[in-house]
Design a protein around this ligand. Sequence first.
Ligand code: ADP
Length: 529
Amino acid sequence: MSFARLPNKHSFKENILQPRALLVASEAIPLVKTGGLADVITALACELKRNHVDVSILLPGYPCALDAAENLKEAGYLPDLPGGPGKLYQGTIAEYDDVSVLLLDTPNFRKRLVNPYVDHDGNEYQDNAASFAALSHAAVAICAGKTSVPVPHVVHANDWHAGLIPALLHVAGIQRVGTVLTIHNLAFQGNYPMDLAESLGLPESLLGPDGMEFWGKMSFLKAGIRYADRISTVSESYAKEILTPRFGCGLDGILNERKDAIVPIPNGIDINTWDPETDPMIKHRFSRKDLRHKSTCKQELQKLFKLQSLADAPLMALGSRITHQKMADLALESLPGLLEKHPRLQVAVLGCGDHEYEHGFAELAKRYPGRVGVHIGYDEQRAHALHAGADMLLHGTRFEPFGLTPIYSMRYGTIPVASRVGGIIDTIPDAGLNGTPPQGACGVLFDGETADAMGAAVDRAIALYEQPAVWLEMQRHSMSCDFSWNGPVRKYIDMYRQVAPQSVRHLFAAALVQPVEDYAELPVYTAAA
Ligand code: ADP
């Protein structure tokens, strides 16, 4: 075995031993999406691939995912998974650089026709514990070489759905695969009764307080936190917040114990998909230099949400899951007062979530026809229209690991009015509540969890909107922020390098130092030598 220099680009693909990573998650666009996780997984996989990492995404084989993936072929049969036998299929996501995807087809995942986690009434599926334990067991089978998929050097578990992987690898004594757990949202933990342990293939040795026990239950996320080589979170501020009782969701104790293993890596966004200059989902294009067509997009949005066609009415969007986390309750409390106080204010709401809040927004639209438009549902095209056409985005949130939505809005010169928490602190330079905004301000942030604080921030945004020169300056700043994956992907590769087996760390190091389009200097594995 030796390393030689690669002669040309063509042989790179055939010869080189690339570093291998397996991303395990419950969502990835365009196969399945309920939130930002789906965007991040596919974008990260594409970026890793562009940086010469041989990456696959392992996902549950929901019917929608099996339908949407291409070139599926069987890659393994796993007879003993919790909840029934599973077949592993390997395919690609054509729309995203043919990135490789592995789908675990089980009887439980097959039944998930609408939402991956909850039934029609919003209740968690009874078999969630077994289904996601099966996903982790499948990942471990891949790492053990029990399928035709090459054994990865690093397995990257995402959120509680994949949290068991580091623990199960530990139990299986598999040390040749490094492990990373990324916490995209600490509030979702996968906590289940202890008496399920045996049926989930979890041995006694994992179930103590030093393992995955959590208030008398077992926690999939705690299992990941306890046993992963590294724990990453998706922003610097969230990495600090989760160590505190306010944001730690009961896991701040163990997170403090594992503090040295925590690595903050901010998300990037897909800057091609969310680009007002090229976005095929909006009717009129515009740019930081020439914002004229943003007002045409505003007219379109007013039509779409049945709002009065008024060019200079401040139009505020809300576009997210309609939940307690996203302060839907406070928005419903503050909006009537704001609509009375600012007679020209218009509001467009796109989202779905808790039925009680959905109903509240529908009622608001009835009360303020032509001024409040509500679309309950999940709709990618409308989301683009919303970001392109609105003047400002209200994004209240009790905690925010990263916060993709306000960043998408900033790409379109739509000024976020957002809670000062988590990733938002790191990504939105604040105009403050008084005076001339500091140079580079892109949004208005508010503290705390009250309707008054939210209302005061909206007041401030409207006051700034009424100063066109100041507003334009903020729009231009927000549209020029760099949220690409170029920086974050290198941090991921470096983290993989740190946890990968010693013998292959140089492969990650080579991927890291190599300019993306330049294969010439990469080392090549020649088996015969
Ligand atoms: P979270 O992951 O907590 O839901 P983020 O703001 O980080 O919050 O990501 C939310 C993602 O889901 C974004 O891509 C956003 O555009 C999208 N999204 C949320 N609700 C909807 C909806 N009703 N229709 C279309 N896209 C939505």
